[in-house]
Design a protein around this ligand. Structure first.
Ligand code: ATP
Length: 235
């Protein structure tokens, strides 16, 4: 029998004020998997991540993590379960140094990466430790944003378009980082527009349209489903 998924989303609905954005989103993620959410702008991918971490308060349905219901919980309580969110806008504080940005979030669980482990994973961060947040390149900001979450001890990561706007060589580096985190046992939901990148790191892909999952494609079947992808992603 299949193991119980680590995260299970069932019939999730979510609203921004009166605007109903998620319409019965359901998906599962097993421990150690990298799963992507693929879909057009506005399909509801970011809102799904925000619902999982609990920063969208108006949500209904069920989101269980390691068997426990999280729908009624605050984002702080959800983070303490070991779920880390890296937003698309990266959230680097411009007026703080790299080191201050790195140290900002508290450790929510034991087993967060040490600063030495962070430096080993992201050598650039060590070199830039005393730089101001704004002086970093987009790629360095993305790495810092991921590093900060790894320090907290989160083992389930929600990454929102980490490759957006980055040069191919940096995208490759982020791909290697995701592969390494997977080998170390992290579980990841990745929002992506770039399915060619998604293909290099993920086990499975959920296609999202109008606030729900319309298809699930295993990574090894992605090439046979290019037509479907084009239809859903408009690429
Ligand atoms: P993108 O790649 O553009 O972020 P997405 O698939 O992640 O796309 P969401 O950001 O989840 O899509 O947006 C889903 C819908 O919710 C869109 O119609 C969007 O306009 C709307 N929306 C997003 N954020 C807000 C907000 N803060 N207030 C009101 N509506 C919002």
């Amino acid at each position: 029998t299949a193991a119980r998924p680590m995260l299970s989303v069932r019939d999730l609905n979510a609203w921004y004020g009166e605007s109903h954005v998620l319409h019965g989103m359901s998906l599962d993620v097993a421990e150690g998997e990298v799963v992507t959410l693929l879909g057009r702008n506005g399909a509801g991918k970011t809102t799904t991540l925000k619902s999982i971490i609990g920063i969208i308060s108006k949500r209904t349905g069920s989101i269980t993590f390691e068997g426990g219901e999280t729908i009624g919980m605050s984002s702080r309580a959800i983070a303490k379960l070991g779920i880390g969110y890296v937003p698309e806008e990266r959230g680097i504080f411009a007026s703080l140094s790299v080191e201050e940005n790195l140290m900002l979030p508290p450790q929510v669980r034991p087993g967060g990466m040490s600063v030495d482990q962070i430096f080993e994973l992201f050598p650039n961060i060590k070199e830039r430790l005393n730089s101001q947040g704004t002086k970093l390149s987009g790629g360095e900001q993305q790495m810092l944003s991921i590093a900060r979450i790894l320090r907290t001890g989160a083992k389930f990561l929600l990454l929102d378009e980490p490759t957006e706007g980055l040069a191919p060589v940096i995208i490759e580096q982020i791909g290697r980082t995701i592969a390494r985190l997977k080998r170390e046992g992290y579980t990841i939901i990745l929002v992506e527009q770039n399915f060619r990148f998604a293909q290099t790191v993920a086990d499975r892909h959920y296609l999202v349209e109008q606030g729900r999952v319309v298809d699930m494609i295993p990574n090894d079947a992605l090439d046979q489903n290019i037509d479907k992808l084009h239809a859903h992603l408009g690429v």
